[in-house]
Design a protein around this ligand. Sequence first.
Ligand code: AMP
Length: 286
Amino acid sequence: MSLILHGITALRDTLQPLRAQQRIALVPTMGNLHAGHLSLVELARRHAEVVVVSIFVNPTQFGENEDFDSYPRTLDADVAKLDDVGVDYVFAPTIDEMYPVLPPPTQIRLGEIATKLCGHTRPTHFDGVGIVVSKLFNIVQPTVAVFGQKDYQQLAIIRQIVRDLSYDIDIIAAPIVRADDGLALSSRNQYLSDKERQHIAPQLHEHIHTLAQQLARGEHLVVGLSALLKKTAAQLNAAGFEVDYLKVTTPLLTEVTDSDKQLVILVAAWLGKARLLDNEQVQVQA
Ligand code: AMP
């Protein structure tokens, strides 16, 4: 059984005696857990004797008109799932516990990386991610922390924070877990209607996978990257998505040049009430 702790002091007091002998892994989440989250827990277990999962719907990473109030909160069901996979501690703080002053006047400036892609549409989002992750790192002081590649830009930002603030934490990236039809699992998929979920949503991955195959064959070097992107975006819009962005970058999220062999396709698209994210890494063979 996992032990649920709501207080920072209680968690610190619990973990302190374990530190000398055991590695501690942290898996930060906003709850409403699915198989994607549980894969992170399993990966954490391979790197540490003690696994801590945090469940906190972090208000500072939601914009004013976003879904903070309606975001699904399912703590009891989450804890049952974590019991099944074997987690030692669940840290489920209240907002007051995490933020004595809200919004916190202390901020972390993340620079350019947080202004592009999702940061362009959600200008305050990564500042909120940065502060909550920094707090969780300070509270838990884990040996390793596991994050999903599904949120590719978030992972890059967390690596930047670890480097720039000298956190002594290994960041482990977990592969994207998908439904059988290819849709990346996400708590926000439940905002989709049955029709959107069944018939349209899987096409997001289908189309970026087709683009990935074209890039792997080096077609962008012949017809130009923007022509391929334009065609894929048009297919997504025709399928019923409203594309927020569709970009190809280097793994460090910088502009690609013709000599780059490792690429990442990143997409965010609205489908009905859900903003879906996906990405795929590509090795250019040409
Ligand atoms: P969230 O609860 O959405 O904030 O996600 C918590 C962690 O789970 C983040 O590191 C996400 O990248 C990761 N995650 C969410 N969905 C998936 C998925 N389908 N596959 C792998 N990791 C995921």
